[in-house]
Design a protein around this ligand. Sequence first.
Ligand code: ADP
Ligand code: ZN
Ligand code: ZN
Length: 816
Amino acid sequence: MPNFIDVILPIPLQKLFTYSVTAAEANFLKPGMRVSVPFGKSKIYTGIVKNIHEQAPVVYEAKDIHQILDEVPLVTKMQLKFWEWIASYYMCTMGDIMRAALPNAFILESETILTKTTSKLNDEDLKDDEFLVYEALHHQSSLKVQDVMSILDKKTVLPVIKRLIEKDAISVQEEVFEKYKPKLVRYVKLASDYSSELKLQELLENLSRAKKQRQVIMTLFMLSSKTKKPVKVSELISQSEASSAIIRTLIDKGVLEEYHIKIDRVVYSGEANEASKHLNEYQEKALSEIKSEFENQHTVLLHGVTSSGKTEIYVKLIEEILQKEQQVLYLLPEIALTTQLVSRLQNYFGEKVAIFHSKYSSHERVEVWNNVLNNSKKAQIILGARSSIFLPFQNLGLVIVDEEHEQSFKQFDPAPRYHARDAAIVLANMHQAKTLLGSATPSLESYFNAQQQRYGLVELNYRYNNVLMPEIELVDIKDKHKRKLMKGHFSDRLIEEMTETLSEGHQIILFQNRRGFSPIIECNTCGHAPQCPNCDVSLTYHQYRNQLRCHYCGYNTAMIKTCSACGSPELDNKGFGTEQIEEEVKVLFPEHNVARMDLDTTRGKYGYEKIITALEQQEIDILVGTQMLTKGLDFRNVKLVGVMNADNMLNFPDFRAHEHSFQLIMQVSGRAGRTDKRGKVLVQTYNPYHNILQQVSANNYEAMFKEQMDERFNYKYPPVYKQIKITLKHKDYNRVEQASIWFGKSLRQVFGDNVLGPESPPVSRIRNQFYKNILVKIPKKQSLSKTKEAIIKINNSFFSVKDFRSVKIILNVDNY
Ligand code: ADP
Ligand code: ZN
Ligand code: ZN
């Protein structure tokens, strides 16, 4: 009997590929092991064995494998089952999933990283496809082979890469390892013995002959009363002109006390060093409700206001799972994977916590994979971003999805376009584990599911320590403009509150939902706005580099001095971004430290952490940022949050815009006043009577939910209907137009009025590709699998039309 194996290859093939193996190999191999196999004329790929059988393929002759790479399966049976679910639900191939699931180091080919060399090249030196890759490296420090594939939209990129290397445009290097060592900052304060005035007098008298020491104490006094902030040793030394030895003496004498802010994060020793906290009565009640809901439900939604202590509740649940020696998956949106939460969990659970996300090196990810696969003590709790659902869990007991409303749980591009929250629930069910979703502002999807009793629901309405919810004030900037009470983008109210907050030594967060200095430049004379040559969008002005940049493809050019259409020098900024706010704050409050947190300032593995640390250590007084600011951060000293402009969120052309605006503003507000004093939030808007803003200021999630659900019912949007978005793209507009009309018509024959489009999206051309969207709305009663079958059938006959073969089709189930 001949022996065969079906192999999953990391390329988007609809079918598995069959190879022939010897009887001995067939005997040795198990599903989930890796093999390397020849493919096409000369390629070697790493594949995963799916089945072992004796049926020769009908349409081609099976080749022999190259070699077996594993002695035991690297991918579990359960994972293969999970992959199959994802492939069928999200309409992608097993190869797509393999590529997303396995750390690169397991797929031999893709380990290499491409970077730009320093040599100067002219555009004419490069062919079109070479130029695209080279250009991409101008705004991205490195690219992987896979990135090049998606930039060029083809698989055979190695020749292009080879030519670029020959022309000395790019070089290939091994993955760089970057280790972040947060700096340890020393602070001093007066020892508590000297807190009374009398004792202090005594002290100063005692030191009357030790002039230098006395000087240090006086300076410390001056600094701490002026800035109302912790005083760094370095600052004290420079201001008092004392040596570090003198400060040492004072510390040794017990006059000064030395301390480090956030020392726990830096000197994490590998040991659990803290017992979990005693829950307060509300947390206790929520915890027992969660447990009793779990008796009948697989999934429970915990709706707890910001700072209600949800994390501490998760910790209690995790403790119970660890007792049972099971594994825990703790999912977070990528950006919220901060050292704050990491060190908190490590303090409780020591080295049982393993972290997994895309900024980790391939090496680190391989380590976590193996630890999870071997059910090692070192990886009992996986704290990870969306891709950690693909780890080889052996014995999963609990999945926690924190900030479950976050859009970034949905993978947008490339396939698999999965939603990590929804997929995690399926994964948990396969393991007969429970899932806890947590959020202060649940997604309509999850809250709706809870209302339909598909999930359990637990509410937690009190902040920990009875800290009041921040007071939210809406500021009508239309009126302020009319009455000339605006300075730039700042209303008099915002300036007043900022001044007061700073004078009390507290910190401020300003939220502006856009990066760049000003989204677009417009000519005052003819109205022309400079456009990206590759995409259908206006370019954005970035002051820092004095450039115009495209946020879609990275195209950039020097800032223009005159209008390129009419030559007029009168160019105007329309709208505003984080950079412009930062500039204005610096002018308004020149004495204070201002920093900015957005995509531009947080590149690099630890870019984000560095800013957070600086804010925690109070090196920053005012932080200006985009929605990155909203993700579950806990800053003790932030008392004021300013939302610069609520309208550009509310007016975003998307049916979820209102829901998202509510979530964003509530979340960013949740950063204010998390400890003793009540925080304050100012929301600047042209439309203070907007229902969403009224619901935000009343902290009324239910009202928002009800109103938005009415809309979703009326317009047949999710979560009432399901949705599949079909995107067509091609470099030739006419072709994509014809193709989309054909596709739309075919869909309509099956689904009638539940098909919308084809339509051009708001940005209809990106990287020189024209886009068309078609939306299929699926009533709850209609079978989802039948619907998908019909779409796939149409898709297959689409590709049998010769003219359409070069059109790219993207299927996006539950699109965001
Ligand atoms: P959430 O996740 O709901 O935003 P957190 O769990 O981050 O809230 O809690 C907010 C703050 O309150 C944190 O600093 C946390 O350490 C503190 N906290 C919460 N619960 C307790 C508790 N039971 N005992 C002591 N401190 C707590
Ligand atoms: Zn002009
Ligand atoms: Zn562009």
